[in-house]
Design a protein around this ligand. Structure first.
Ligand code: MSP
Length: 630
């Protein structure tokens, strides 16, 4: 096991609403990071949870006519269940209403009080209930909260204050000495920007007369703890601060990193480090800040009017596709736009086409030409070593990208590798090698290279597409996934390979203008007996090539049961030959042979056509070639 470690946290989410796109996006990023670092053999601890005190929750509960705790119980259970369904691998789930948390909050407050870091005073200011904080005049935009664009409430009351102002210079010094304390840099600069203005003391209590729902101050029961002061401490209470083993290893050992959205930068970049400093707790190592999703753009997205509806697309298109879109489409730190159309475009292009086709082509070629067992490689040609080099480049690029939480760069690097392997299949044309017994060894090397490439995808993709990666690993058995020593060539010759059918089925994006049913007049109808004369069969495409001098025709070699036949199909303008290899299509098997461009065609491939679109009939479940279609 590596001696590197990561303790990664998400924000703890408010329980006034069910999980939505925004929460899912942060939690998925954290999960991808934790899965990746586990692949590297590191000790990883992943925390998420719920933030259950404060005005917001009290108001939502009272609107629902239940107690705040009953309300929180229900939504917290919803968050847990959602993360379980999405395959999130968090090690713990903290709720701020748990005794283990409340005890730590009271302990830290008491120590700060005893040390003179907290005093009693009066403050009047503009408060946003949505953010649960006061805004300074400079921060207010058009008299409203800059985040929620809602009017602020002027509140003046006596409260307890944390002497945050004392730590302004210290925090500036820390940010200057540790350039990656907050990343990406734009957010570090934003915090340095806040710190150019005088830093005020922080009100850390609310009078109980106004708000009951919070943790009582240990030194004044008339007050409850301000929700941010309470919530931030979850990051240490969950791991057994002050003397639990996890706390000592992960926090005191300097492995703690936070992942948040840009909306909560100030509490995490200013309140939290100063609180830690005042309480004598070591600082976190790094704060990682991502941008915000906005909704809009595209025709289909009309249906996606809010973040809850956006989140429902995870069920419509599958967890992996949703997760991939979130990780691939957002440049870490910047805002991104979410639309159903963009998600489907990524699904079709990157997942169904690039990845899905590669997995299916490679495994089908091994199944068809090597009996489903990876052959031993022979002498390596330049094109084979180029694939290995492309893999090694991808592994290095992923490592660099993941250091910055740049998921989109990591995925782009993996997709460069996928593209390289797809080009390799086209260039080496294993279906052509298979026709020539003298090229058996070369065929073996090519198929080995493909098996190795796909098996590594089952590892490299695990953080990003956990379900698909597991399917790949199940089909190309290659042991426990690990990136500890990612050396090319670990697949043992003879390893079994199963065909991977549709890893990601394409989503039809054209709202099809369904042709009006052109029912035939009664006298044109045929009997069942007439129809039974047509022998329709499932055929597997073993090889496909263009026919010289023909724009439209492809020559296909297909297997129907134990028989191999040649067919000519008029689909050259709609399909690239190599994309057909491995597919199962439907043919008319008992048609009189016909000669087209000098080639005898023994049967006809069925395809549907509408305007310029031609679509081959394929099967939605796998059945053996030769099966009857009726
Ligand atoms: N309870 C506080 C956090 C306390 S942490 C000690 C809170 N909760 S929240 O439910 O409002 O969650 C905010 C977080 O949800 C953001 O920081 C971000 O991680 C995520 N997102 C919510 N909406 C989002 C988008 N539209 N886009 C991206 N992420 C967003 O704040």
């Amino acid at each position: 096991m590596s001696d590197r470690a990561l303790y990664l946290t998400t924000p703890i989410y408010y329980v006034n609403a069910l999980p939505h796109l925004g929460h899912a996006s942060t939690t998925i990023m954290a999960d991808a990071m934790c899965r990746y670092r586990r692949l590297l053999g590191e000790r990883v601890y992943f925390l998420t949870g719920t933030d259950e005190h404060g005005d917001k929750i009290a108001q939502a509960a009272s609107a629902a006519g239940v107690t705040p705790l009953a309300y929180a119980d229900n939504i917290a259970a919803g968050f847990r269940e959602t993360w379980r369904r999405l395959g999130i691998t968090n090690d713990d789930f903290i709720r701020t209403t748990e005794p283990r948390h409340e005890a730590v909050v009271q302990d830290v407050l008491q120590r700060l009080w005893d040390a003179g870091e907290i005093y009693f005073g009066e403050y009047g200011g503009n408060y946003c209930y949505g953010c649960e904080r006061f805004y300074t005049d400079k921060e207010i935009v058009d008299g409203k909260c800059p985040d929620h664009q809602t009017p602020l409430t002027f509140i003046k009351e006596k409260n307890y204050f944390f002497r945050m102002s004392r730590y302004q210079d210290w925090l500036i010094g820390h940010l200057e000495a540790h350039p990656d304390f907050i990343q990406p840099e734009r957010y570090r600069n934003e915090v340095l920007g806040f710190l150019r203005e005088p830093l005020l003391d922080l009100s850390i209590s609310r009078p109980r007369s106004r708000l009951e729902w919070g943790i009582p101050l240990p030194f004044d029961a008339q007050y409850v703890t301000y929700v941010w002061f309470d919530a931030l401490l979850n990051y240490v209470s969950a791991i057994g601060y002050p003397d639990g083993a996890l706390y000592r290893d992960l926090w005191a050992g300097g492995h703690a990193e936070h992942l948040i959205g840009k909306d909560i930068l100030k509490p995490h970049g200013v309140y939290w480090p100063t609180m830690l400093k005042a309480a004598g707790i070591p600082l976190y190592r790094r704060l990682n800040v991502h941008g915000y999703w906005s909704l809009g753009g595209g025709k289909m997205s009309k249906s996606v009017g809010n973040v809850v509806e956006a989140f429902q697309l995870t069920d419509k298109y599958g967890h992996d596709a949703f997760r991939y879109f979130l990780l691939r489409e957002m440049t870490f730190g910047l805002d991104a736009s979410f639309s159903e159309e963009a998600l489907v475009a990524r699904l079709n292009a990157d997942l169904a086409n690039d990845l899905g086709n590669l997995a299916s082509r490679a495994t089908t070629l091994i199944a068809n030409f090597a009996g489903g067992a990876v052959p031993a490689p022979g002498a390596l040609a330049d094109e084979d070593t180029a694939v290995a080099a492309s893999f090694e480049r991808a592994v290095r690029a992923v490592a660099l990208a993941m250091d910055d939480f740049a998921f989109q760069r990591a995925l782009a690097a993996i997709w460069e590798f996928i593209a390289a392997v797809n080009r390799y299949v086209d260039a080496t044309a294993p279906w052509a090698l298979a026709k020539d017994p003298a090229r058996r060894e070369r065929l073996g090397t090519v198929l080995y290279t493909l098996g190795e490439a796909v098996s590594w995808l089952g590892v490299l993709l695990d953080p990003f597409l956990p379900d698909a990666a597991a399917k790949i690993r199940a089909a190309v058995a290659a042991g426990t996934p690990t990136l500890v020593d990612p050396a090319w060539g670990r697949l043992a010759p003879g390893a079994r390979v199963e065909k991977i059918a549709a890893l990601f089925p394409r989503v039809d994006t054209k709202a099809p203008a369904v042709p009006a049913s052109e029912a035939r007049p009664a006298e044109d109808r045929i009997t069942l007996g007439d129809f039974a004369k047509v022998d329709l069969r499932v055929a597997e495409v073993l090889a496909a090539e263009k026919i010289a001098k023909s724009r439209k025709l492809l020559q296909l070699t297909v297997r129907v049961g134990s028989e191999t036949r040649t067919l000519v199909a008029g689909v050259a303008e709609h399909y690239v030959p190599s994309d057909l290899v491995g597919r199962k299509v439907v043919i008319v098997a008992n048609l009189e042979p016909a000669t087209l461009m000098g080639i005898q065609s023994n049967g006809m491939v069925l395809a549907a056509s509408h305007e310029a679109t031609v679509s081959l009939l394929t099967l939605d479940k796998d059945v053996p070639a030769g099966s009857r279609v009726k």
